[in-house]
Design a protein around this ligand. Structure first.
Ligand code: NAD
Ligand code: DAU
Length: 345
């Protein structure tokens, strides 16, 4: 089997590539290498003569129809797993157009090419954010979508476009909606790696608002195992929630990180909240459990291991934090911090 993994140099995509290569699948990656894409995430594969034989990399945009069609016509692709996306909510609030391009138009290009080249399985990696805030119970796959920020709105567009290709053309698509991922190789703009790396550097942790927002955390390896499971057991035209079953308040997660690193609670600074901040995400995963999949990694254990990974891999994240990231960080956070002394932090 040969699969095309778009966005395979990003956080979740690179874990999925590793998992599939280790199962002797041939993997072709198409990745634009935006600020979030990093070939270092795949170094263990590209640097291994045996495993690299199963791996082909194309640097390019999923919006590039010619390139996508070239890959499908020459590489003998059986299935496409579309991870490629602009993924950070805060960046989408600063500027939304790249999100519309990749998360909607890019999905259209992939779907059209899949139709033309009769791809046997197309998995669209969507997100739990498409449901919006879970005020009461956890969301089921049949619940209405109510995205509340430009990122989640564009992901909802890609999600429904994929579904429309099943209804209209019977393209064999599956849509997954996962909860918040954490684990190694996550770009340090996201909450958990930002807070771990800031704490290691004795920088302030910018906690939005009252910090009582709830996220359901799933380890990235559990998420990838769920997608792999659906490649063989998922039913075409269906949506599957993939949640971790670990609902935690942000302030509690921040405290766990500080405790593990033996850093003081005073590093936490409550800052101006995210605009339109979704208060709680929660997924009902009965449908996936009934098929036979459930996540294995307990949150506190997974978080401890993740903290250790960031401690052991300072070169990886320091290189990122010393480049494009700092410009973004100042734009996003300088006006949020209250204490003037924090302007440089
Ligand atoms: P990420 O930002 O770490 O990686 C995204 C990757 O996509 C990068 O390698 C980037 O270079 C690539 N990319 C971006 N635009 C592209 C384009 N136009 N063409 C080709 N490649 C492009 O993201 P992630 O956290 O690994 O998320 C992967 C997918 O999972 C996304 O679709 C995201 O919406 C979804 N998701 C993420 C989470 C989470 O908690 N991180 C949860 C649920 C769903
Ligand atoms: O739920 C799935 C989604 O999870 C994915 O679709 C997105 O791609 C992914 O980025 C993530 O979105 P969130 O907005 O939930 O993740 P983020 O890491 O940005 O924030 C997690 C929580 O932490 C959220 O309540 C906002 C809060 N936060 C975040 C940052 C970056 C802070 O309090 N301070 C921060 O500096």
């Amino acid at each position: 089997m040969t699969i095309l993994v778009t966005g395979g140099a990003g956080f979740i995509g690179s874990h999925f590539v590793r998992r599939m290569i280790n199962q002797d699948t041939r993997v072709v990656v198409l990745d634009k290498l935006t600020y979030a894409g990093n070939l270092e995430n795949l170094r263990d594969i590209t640097g291994d003569s045996r495993r690299s034989k199963q791996f082909t990399f194309y640097k390019g945009d999923i919006c590039n129809q010619e390139l996508v069609e070239y890959i499908l016509s020459t590489e003998g692709i059986d299935a496409i797993i579309n991870f490629a996306a602009e993924t950070h909510v805060d960046r989408s609030i600063l500027s939304a157009s790249a999100f519309i391009d990749t998360d909607m138009k890019g999905v259209l290009v992939l779907l059209e090419a899949s139709r033309r080249y009769a791809i046997k399985k197309f998995i669209q990696i969507s997100t739990d954010e498409v449901y919006g805030t879970a005020y009461h119970s956890a969301f089921k796959e049949t619940d209405a979508l109510n995205p509340g920020n430009p990122y989640s709105a564009s992901k909802a567009g890609g999600d429904r476009l994929a579904y429309s290709y099943w209804i209209t053309y019977k393209l064999p698509i599956i849509i997954t909606r996962a909860s918040n991922n954490y684990g190694p190789y996550q770009y340090p703009e996201k909450f958990i790696p930002l807070f771990i790396t800031n704490a290691i550097e004795d920088r302030k942790l910018p906690l939005y608002g009252d910090g009582r927002q709830i996220r359901d955390w799933i380890h990235v390896e559990d998420h990838c195992a769920g997608i792999d499971f659906l490649l063989t057991h998922g039913k075409d035209g269906e949506v599957y929630n993939i949640g971790g079953g670990n609902e935690r308040c942000n302030i509690d997660t921040a405290s766990l990180i500080l405790d593990e690193l033996k850093k003081p609670g005073t590093l936490i600074e409550h800052v101006k909240d995210r605009e339109g901040h979704d208060r709680r995400y929660a997924l009902d995963c009965t449908k996936l459990k009934a098929l036979g999949y459930r996540p294995k990694i307990e949150f506190e254990t997974g978080l401890r291991d993740t903290i250790q990974w960031y401690r052991d891999n300072e070169n990886w994240w320091k290189r990122i934090k010393n480049s494009e990231f700092m410009g973004y960080y100042h734009k996003q956070y300088n006006h949020r911090f209250i204490s003037p002394c924090l302007q440089n932090q």
